[in-house]
Design a protein around this ligand. Structure first.
Ligand code: UGA
Length: 430
């Protein structure tokens, strides 16, 4: 089967390569020529474990090709996936401009029957909009169908998630479309759910909102755990063994970030507002998340006092390990606050870079975790990179001005760090 994937970001590139891996012939289309050129040379424009190997493998098998030629790509393929970004607008709603542009492109260049499948995370009702935008742009009224097929992969684990998904959701009212999309995924060992397009679109938001809720739930309990002298990691383990609760997404820390949870929860709240429904629980989920890194900064102030003139080491900038993505990362939200309080910030991340607009004479990037913490009044772990477990903490303790260690991801062993001589505090732990 020939498939066109429009958009070569995280979701588009992974989708394209996973379809190639399971045997289909795939074309990746993007308007961003430098990105296409890189992909054609076997290079990714973002960091994702295993994906570059898959890219080179299928450039070799010739089951994947990349192009910026919209017209030809649309003409040559009957099944077209939309995988473009839907960033947040200032009111929290999803910006559908790229989805609209792509729908119009497909309509304009349509030369026969097409099945359009949307994977971008979009507000409920967008399948109907894509249908209208495509139809309005058609030169000739060829028949076409539009289905929804939300994606649930995680950054950092994109290949595994896309190759071994927990479920596949197909949103369509057409038996024919369901059959054709089902065929694409028939080699995958997971339930395939066929439902109405609106339900499929909503399921995507519901999944992310629920996971965000789990995180804010444990983060809020972590704050109380601190007061009560309770170890929240053990509480999470204790409740997670209950099958009805499950162990995942109960890791307390300085909050969730990334390009999905903050954006999708905001979009869901926006949809609710437009429909005059209150989602109070989700509003609080956002509030807990937005204040969670400040909660850690409060702990720092309580220990070392006024931050003016103090050197603070930040370990980890990415919103989670195994990615170079810093979008909505707690560390990135912390830096301007530390700067406002006249602290000196030295940050380190094994992959992610400090954005130039955050760098000045008071904010620097260190060359190693050890160097970053040298002479610091406090160090804060913002991302649970496994490499931080292998640091020689005994040596680091001696090199710091004051051995204050704040573990925003509850990564290290509290007892061990205290034995070494650190003042150690995690979140609801230590
Ligand atoms: C998330 C979802 O997990 C995917 O299923 C979904 O497809 C994706 O959004 C999307 O909508 O595209 P992702 O943003 O890549 O994936 O990252 P997650 O692994 O979900 O982590 C999100 C944030 O939550 C990270 O900042 C992480 O540190 C934080 N987190 C996660 C916690 O603070 N505690 C936890 O227990 C788990």
């Amino acid at each position: 089967m020939n498939i066109l994937v429009i958009g070569t970001g995280y979701v588009g590139t992974t989708t394209a390569l996973v379809f190639a891996e399971i045997g289909w012939n795939v074309t990746g289309l993007d308007v961003d020529l430098p990105k296409i050129k890189l992909l054609q040379q076997g290079k990714l424009h973002f960091y994702e474990p295993g994906l570059e190997d898959l890219l080179n493998k299928h450039l070799g098998t010739k089951r994947i090709r990349f192009t910026a030629d919209k017209k030809k790509a649309i003409e040559d393929n009957e099944m077209i996936f939309i995988c473009v970004g839907t960033p947040s607008l200032p009111d929290g709603s999803a910006d559908l401009r790229y989805v609209k542009q792509v729908s119009e492109d497909i309509g304009r260049h349509m030369n026969g029957d097409k099945l359009i499948i949307n994977k971008s995370t979009v507000p409920v009702g967008t399948q109907e909009l894509i249908t209208a935008w495509t139809r309005d742009a058609q030169m000739v009224p060829y028949p076409f169908e539009v289905a929804s097929n939300p994606e649930f992969l995680r950054e950092g684990k994109a290949c595994m998630d896309a190759l071994q998904p927990d479920r596949i959701i197909i949103g369509t009212n057409s038996e024919n479309a369901a059959k054709r999309i089902g065929k694409l995924y028939e080699s995958m060992q997971c339930p395939i759910i066929v439902t109405a397009p609106r339900t499929a679109e909503f399921t995507k938001y519901a999944a992310n909102a629920f996971l965000a809720t789990k995180i804010s739930f444990i983060n809020e309990l972590a704050r109380l755990s601190d007061r009560l002298g309770v170890n929240v990691k053990e509480v999470a383990y204790g409740i997670g063994l209950d099958n009805r609760i499950g162990p995942s997404f109960l890791q307390a820390g300085i909050g969730y970030g990334g390009s999905c949870f903050p954006k999708d929860v905001a979009a869901l709240l926006n949809m609710a507002e437009h429909n005059e429904v209150e989602l109070k629980l989700l509003e609080k989920v956002v509030h807990v998340n937005q204040t969670q890194h400040m909660y850690l900064l409060r702990k720092v102030r309580e220990q070392i006092g006024n931050l003016a003139g103090k050197k603070i080491a930040l370990l980890g900038l990415a919103f989670k390990p195994d990615t170079d993505d810093i979008r909505e990362a707690p560390a990135i939200h912390m830096i301007p606050k530390l700067r406002n309080e006249k602290a000196y910030v030295q940050a380190y991340d094994p992959i992610a870079a400090l954005p130039p607009e955050l760098m000045d004479e008071s904010v620097n990037f260190g060359s190693s975790p050890e160097e970053t913490m040298e002479g610091a009044d406090a160090a804060i772990i913002c991302t649970e990179w496994p490499m931080f477990l292998n640091i020689d903490w005994v040596q680091v303790k001696d090199s710091m001005k004051a051995p204050n260690l704040f573990d925003g991801r509850n990564l290290l062993d509290a007892d061990q760090m205290k034995r070494i001589g650190f003042f150690y505090q995690g979140i609801g732990y230590g």
